[in-house]
Design a binder for this molecule. Sequence first.
Ligand SMILES: Nc1ncnc2c1ncn2[C@@H]1O[C@H](COP(=O)(O)OP(=O)(O)OP(=O)(O)O)[C@@H](O)[C@H]1O
Ligand SMILES: [Mg+2]
Length: 258
Amino acid sequence: MPLPWSIRMKIALGAAKGLAFLHEEAERPVIYRDFKTSNILLDADYNAKLSDFGLAKDGPEGDKTHVSTRVMGTYGYAAPEYVMTGHLTSKSDVYSFGVVLLEMITGRRSMDKNRPNGEHNLVEWARPHLGERRRFYRLVDPRLEGHFSIKGAQKAAQLAARCLSRDPKARPMMSEVVEALKPLPNLKDMASSSYYFQTMQADRVGSSPSTKNGVRTQGSFSRNGQQHPRSLSIPNGSHASPYHHQFPQNSPKPNGKT
Ligand SMILES: Nc1ncnc2c1ncn2[C@@H]1O[C@H](COP(=O)(O)OP(=O)(O)OP(=O)(O)O)[C@@H](O)[C@H]1O
Ligand SMILES: [Mg+2]
């Protein structure tokens, strides 16, 4: 059973609050640097806690705009400008948040080599749909079978698009993200009760090669019984994260492409 839409939005909101605190409320601003699903721990009520501060960095001080670091982080989540230049700002975390939000919307992992070519990297796959306001529904996890708020999914997709802006300055502050997410867990305009939406959905399932078999290979966001505390990570049999790299600085390669 897929994790319900409203719970996904609750988790996104909780995690966003965590980042907003680190960036904007902590006595000394902190850049988290390794924001990803497996570092969001959940309690029984799906309250999110950020874990693993091993890579966290003090934010820039005084009038500096960034800190320069060796590029560390996780493939598929790190902001492109950070990977390319090593310049770390809080907007790098905002990008990673955008990736996680996209994972929540789509039910896809940020990197999934089991998908068809062109779909390995979630952000690359999603970008064309993110730009098209009227096509956001193509992004939404088909396993939800319409049990999601239309307005909420649209808002979430727009927000993800802003977080994933190539220009870091165009990305919102985390406090803005929190404000945008606040109403989303409570929206009730379910797509499943919209005739118009059902028609589009049927159309999509018929035409998308990756949904043809009905069964999807990824197992993300399944509720895994009563194990507490949980995390949002995908139980795939191994705890080793295959995309966890230390990027060599100025490497031209890991720019999100696979
Ligand atoms: N306190 C905890 N309670 C329950 N599960 C946890 C806890 N800490 C970590 N985990 C889970 O254990 C797994 C391994 O975590 P670990 O932090 O070692 O690796 P990771 O999150 O994939 O990568 P990173 O080293 O970048 O954090 C993840 O699925 C994570 O969600
Ligand atoms: Mg971790």
